[in-house]
Ligand binder design. Structure first.
Ligand SMILES: Nc1nc2c(c(=O)[nH]1)N[C@H]1C(S)=C(S)[C@@H](COP(=O)(O)OP(=O)(O)OC[C@H]3O[C@@H](n4cnc5c(=O)[nH]c(N)nc54)[C@H](O)[C@@H]3O)O[C@H]1N2
Ligand SMILES: Nc1nc2c(c(=O)[nH]1)N[C@H]1C(S)=C(S)[C@@H](COP(=O)(O)OP(=O)(O)OC[C@H]3O[C@@H](n4cnc5c(=O)[nH]c(N)nc54)[C@H](O)[C@@H]3O)O[C@H]1N2
Ligand code: SF4
Ligand SMILES: [Mo]
Length: 678
């Protein structure tokens, strides 16, 4: 079988339509609900490379005398069943932790979270924890929903974009090219807040090169200018917010110049940005990892949310707060309950009525105590957590403080990795289960602007590999005695029955288009713009909040620089897929450290030199790219490579509310690698 059926790109949250093209023996775009002209970025265009790759896992593996050897499915599942039974009997269900996958479908994630809950634990989390959990916490608190407030289409109507801590030109390329750039060409202005100049900055009218970790002073200063210069939407503030007097009093005490200085930006540029945002008829915010991935990530977004509330920029076209989501289904993995504190549709596990409603459909009641988050769980491996099921995630590369993560994985009694490649995490597995990639499965994913889109199978999985849904169904049956619907459509129907957000959708109705949540029962379509009359909290008003700056977790000594990490266009996250694509590796084969010319000169570093980046947690070596694009005092690398494993340098600090790691601020020493002289 090789059929060019409409599927969805396995990479980012844009959710472009792709399918196999037999003539070209490659992936091509189809006219999807987002990539309406069939356009793809280089990653999507190279996505076939991973389907027929020679390193694909094609047989189950089990560890025998320390080595992973090929096994039958029967042997692999017998081992899993025995070990899970034993560990749960000895230590209880909360000794097991499930990593569910933001790279996989709603149906797959739904089944795995249901399995965990049948087993008696809420210990299930996904990469959203590492990504936008802080954004979701702040937006949930203020607006009652953590997702994009607006749709890509209506966002084209904005007069001003404020893009902070995000680089959509590289990370959400089809959104950037097909939605933002056309708007910019027809007059929309762009403010970019980022410590680096990158391809997004090239399109910007104002660039604020914020010091990593100092977004709160910057945003407070912008709010102060808005109040000081009379740019507040008084009618909106009166009708739709609370807490204005307190915030105004706080902002009146702030010295804008001092706060701009603290944030490391020019006060006049900051004032200009604040005026642009405050004077716009419609101003829209896009927010990314530069905001969310700090130990004050929730506070960062709390501060950000004051801007639209002060200026009336929420609840109408071309406005709002729009987190650009990560993987093709990170939105969905959370929507369907792949989180330790919520059931499908973000119903709290602590809510008796929600649990009872779910129990009506499931026939059993999920546990009432929230589970562990992903990094918290890793920190407890070998302690109260004894076993892990890792589905479509590569935490050995992507969790912070990688040397520590490695030591923790070694402490597990039992570890299952369910992936498509022999990843760095699979090195710690006792059993490896070969799953299916995008072209080999069917189901639905939910993209960044809440559109549920269908994936359709193009080819069979290779060798003995099985579709992920099939693997998860047998896992559910073996470890939890759970019978599950056979088809993705069957699972989707059950999901709708328990999730108020998806209840009005239908698999057929989605077709080759999309349906957007919230989609209430009996509605003819989903809701594009949230919070129009009232907020999703159910209240007409949302609170304004006073937020104080919090210093980054790592103190920075005089001879140290601040390492901030992120992404490039050609690679994706741990690189498990993109490092295996010949095309993408030819475009960008290795990592570099961006360093400012003055910082380089201070250290006798020349462009292209091998440099050592080190701190108490680890050392990595990369080539230096000496460039004024990165601000002085800050250096930047990606985390896409297993070598150099940049996460050896990032720390264990977590946001107290959302438990997101501080990937965007680590103190490091940078020096010329002595090996340069060899
Ligand atoms: N090509 C590509 N696309 C991807 C991915 C990928 O790996 N590669 N991953 C996907 C995933 S999972 C995600 S979550 C999204 C993430 O998409 P983005 O949020 O755009 O990703 P990042 O590059 O991590 O961070 C964005 C920017 O934050 C800046 N930054 C660093 N520190 C700070 C700070 O303290 N304050 C501010 N304001 N900015 C700061 C960085 O310089 C960087 O340019 O991308 C998705 N799309
Ligand atoms: N330093 C630093 N670290 C970071 C970040 C950062 O900005 N800086 N960003 C963080 C963020 S936002 C994120 S989201 C995480 C990402 O962290 P991860 O989710 O761990 O990274 P991925 O590379 O997306 O991992 C996906 C895994 O799923 C597998 N996979 C892909 N498709 C399928 C499929 O269809 N089926 C199955 N079974 N497996 C599949 C891949 O082979 C791969 O092993 O990294 C975090 N780590
Ligand atoms: S923009 Fe995102 S979804 Fe679209 S082709 Fe590129 S990686 Fe895939
Ligand atoms: Mo992410």
């Amino acid at each position: 079988m090789a059929e060019p059926n409409e599927s969805v790109c396995p990479y980012c949250g844009v959710g472009c339509g792709i399918k196999y093209d037999a003539d070209r023996e490659s992936a091509v775009g189809w006219k999807g609900p987002v990539n309406q002209k069939g356009e793809l970025c280089p990653k999507g265009a190279a996505a076939w490379d991973v389907v027929d790759h020679e390193e694909r896992l094609t047989r189950p593996l089990v560890r025998v005398n320390g080595t992973l050897v090929e096994a039958t499915w029967e042997e692999a599942f017998d081992r899993i069943e025995r070990e899970f039974d034993r560990i749960v009997a000895d230590h209880g269900p909360d000794s097991v932790f499930f990593f569910t996958s933001s790279n996989c479908t709603n149906e797959e994630n739904y089944l795995l979270q249901k399995t965990a809950r049948k087993l008696g634990t809420n210990n299930i989390d996904n990469c959203a924890r590492l990504c936008h959990s802080s954004t979701v916490a702040a937006m949930g608190d203020r607006f009652g929903a953590g997702a994009m407030t607006n749709s890509l289409e209506d966002l084209m109507e904005a007069d001003v974009y404020l893009v902070t801590g995000a680089n959509p030109a590289e990370q959400h390329p089809v959104i950037f090219r097909s939605y933002l750039l056309p708007a910019l060409k027809s007059g929309t202005k762009l403010i970019h807040v980022d410590p680096r100049e990158n391809p997004t900055t090239k399109a910007a009218d104002v660039h604020l090169p914020v010091k990593p970790g100092f977004d709160i002073p910057l945003l407070n200063a912008m709010a102060a200018v808005i109040v000081e210069e009379g740019l507040v939407d008084e009618e909106f503030v009166a009708e739709r917010t609370t807490g204005f007097d307190e915030l105004r009093a706080y902002l009146a005490e702030l010295d804008v110049d001092e706060e701009a200085d603290r944030a490391g930006v020019d006060p006049e540029d900051l004032r200009e940005a604040a005026r642009m945002y405050g004077e716009a008829g419609r101003a829209a915010i896009f927010t990314g990892m530069g905001m969310s991935q700090h130990h004050c990530g929730t506070d960062n977004v709390q501060t950000l949310i004051n801007l639209p509330l002060l200026t009336g920029n929420v609840g109408k076209a071309g406005t709002g707060v729009n987190p650009l989501r990560g993987q093709n289904n990170v939105q969905g993995a959370g929507d369907v309950g792949g989180l330790p504190n919520v059931l499908p549709g973000y119903q709290q596990v602590t809510d008796d009525d929600a649990r009872a409603a779910v129990a009506e459909v499931w026939g059993f009641e999920p546990p009432a105590t929230p589970g562990l988050t992903e990094v918290e769980a890793t920190h407890r491996f070998g302690d109260d957590v004894r076993a892990a099921y890792v589905f479509g995630e590569n935490p050995a590369v992507t969790e912070p403080n990688a040397n520590h993560v490695e030591a923790q994985f070694e402490k597990l009694d039992f570890c299952v990795v369910h992936d498509v490649f022999p990843t760095e995490t699979a090195e710690f597995a006792d059993v490896v289960l070969p799953g299916s990639v995008w072209a080999e499965k069917s189901g639905t994913v939910t993209n960044t602007d809440r559109q549920v889109i269908r994936m359709r199978q193009n080819v069979e999985p290779p060798g003995d590999a099985r579709t992920d849904l099939d693997v998860l169904r047998e896992f559910a049956q073996r470890v939890a005695g759970l019978d599950t619907p056979e088809t993705p459509e069957g699972v989707f129907d059950e999901l709708r029955a328990v999730s108020p957000l998806y209840v009005g959708m239908s698999y057929d109705g989605i077709g080759t288009g999309s349906q957007r949540w919230p989609f209430p029962e009996g509605a003819t379509e989903g809701t594009a713009i949230l919070h129009t009359e009232q907020f999703e909290t159910g209240s007409k008003t949302a609170p304004l909040r006073v937020v104080e700056h919090v210093d980054p977790a790592d103190p920075v000594e005089d001879d140290e620089l601040v390492l901030t990490t992120g992404r490039v266009l050609q690679h994706f996250n741990s690189g498990a897929l993109t490092r295996r694509s010949g095309v993408l590796m030819r475009m960008r084969g290795e990592d570099v450290l961006q360093i400012h010319p003055d910082d380089a000169a201070d250290r006798d570093i020349e462009d292209g030199d091998r440099v050592r980046i080190e701190n108490d947690r680890g050392t990595v070596t990369v080539a230096a790219e000496v460039t004024p694009a990165v601000r002085r005092g800050t250096v930047f690398t990606t985390f896409h490579y297993a070598d150099p494993l940049v996460n050896k340098l990032t720390g264990d600090a977590l946001d107290p509310t959302a438990k997101i790691p501080e990937y965007k601020h680590s103190a490091v020493r940078v020096l010329v690698d002595p090996a340069n002289d060899d």
